[in-house]
Ligand binder design. Structure first.
Ligand SMILES: NC(=O)c1ccc[n+]([C@@H]2O[C@H](COP(=O)([O-])OP(=O)(O)OC[C@H]3O[C@@H](n4cnc5c(N)ncnc54)[C@H](OP(=O)(O)O)[C@@H]3O)[C@@H](O)[C@H]2O)c1
Length: 314
């Protein structure tokens, strides 16, 4: 009798697990199809229908610049927000001449704190029909490091740039999208924010904030017509990245954004491109203790390498 009860419990548990896995696989397959396969066949959302302008932070380099260029290629006017006036002007000129759209530049250093900065930015965009906000700006420390070795100046930069900017800009711009019942807020978090990563503790925690904040907003504003997306890339070849040459699993910003932009409106959380989906899937299949130990050891190795190179060059 006891054996029967145990057998049926195990069968029940197995059936529930199989159904759960099956449903997850179906939902993943569907979002993969809509986010990557259909856009590559030219079936994608017309982003211009969300509004005439896109606002992109950290838009003079790397992933942000690639978003600005790709959105302009799709016919949107672009507000470029970054810290270097000279780089802003050069990027704006290049975008206008290549894509024939309008641009507006707003110089802002997000490492500053205080509401004044955000009021100044908002005053420059409040009369525009902003359909897309790409919260891309971000900073990381140059190399992995123990928390107590990070300067307080760097800690404030991480909090102001990675946490305050996304929060205050979304707070300023989302209401007008809600009023028009259309728009998209795309927050560039990181795969490093999906798991705790030692030796990148504050970066990883700030990106985790961004990822959690975005998913909470998705709940609050579901059904409003405004899409809110968290993008969690792995490595992309940029100034910030430790990897400086494109490889099979490490795309250039242009290649990455060409794919990630197709996922807007289809994937609430996106790793941004197929190669990152595969890497992320492989990592998430590992048991949690192995994920954490393996990542920590890789980061530790990178830290030692950086330190050895620094010592050599001194
Ligand atoms: N690269 C990766 O492997 C990777 C992976 C996962 C997630 N991400 C995330 O993707 C985002 C973009 O990263 P990225 O690799 O493209 O970085 P990047 O190449 O270093 O570019 C960062 C951009 O932000 C601007 N910026 C930096 N600090 C600023 C500040 N205080 N105020 C205003 N603008 C500032 C930079 O301006 P300047 O040109 O003046 O420096 C530049 O335009 C970040 O949020 C990052 O965390 C990157």
């Amino acid at each position: 009798m006891a054996c029967n009860w145990l057998q049926w419990s195990l069968v029940g548990l197995g059936a529930v697990t199989a159904v759960k896995l099956g449903l997850s696989a179906l939902s993943y397959g569907w979002s993969f199809l809509r986010g990557y396969v259909l856009p590559s066949l030219g079936i994608r959302k017309d982003l211009k229908r969300l509004g005439e302008w896109a606002v992109v932070t950290g838009s003079t380099d790397g992933i942000g610049k690639a978003y600005a260029e790709e959105l302009a290629r799709q016919g949107l006017n672009i507000v470029l927000i970054s810290r270097s006036e000279e780089k802003l002007r050069a990027t704006a000129e290049a975008i206008e001449s290549s894509h024939g759209v309008q641009t507006k530049v707003v110089q802002a250093d997000f490492s500053e704190s205080g509401q004044q900065l955000y009021d100044r930015i908002f005053n420059q965009v409040k009369n525009l029909n902003v359909g897309i906000l790409i919260n891309n700006v971000g900073v990381a420390y140059e190399n992995p490091e123990y928390f107590c070795e990070i300067t307080t100046d760097m800690l404030w930069q991480l909090v102001n740039v990675n946490v305050a900017a996304v929060t205050l800009l979304t707070h300023a711009i989302l209401p007008s999208m809600l009023g028009r019942k259309r728009g998209a807020v795309v927050n560039i978090a990181s795969f490093a924010g999906c798991y705790p990563i030692g030796l990148m503790s504050v970066y990883s925690a700030t990106k985790s904030y961004m990822h959690t904040f975005t998913q909470a907003l998705q709940q609050e504003y579901s059904g409003t017509g405004v899409t809110i997306q968290s993008v969690v890339p792995l490595f992309v070849v940029t100034k910030m990245s430790w990897i400086k040459q494109p490889r099979c699993f490490v795309p250039t910003p242009t290649d990455f954004v060409h794919r990630s932009i197709g996922t807007i409106g289809y994937q609430p959380v996106s790793r941004g491109c197929v190669s990152h989906e595969l890497q992320g899937l492989a990592i998430s299949c590992l048991p949690s203790w192995l994920q954490k130990t393996a990542t920590f050891n890789v980061v530790k190795f990178v830290m030692k390498k950086f330190k050895a190179e620094k010592q050599k060059s001194q």
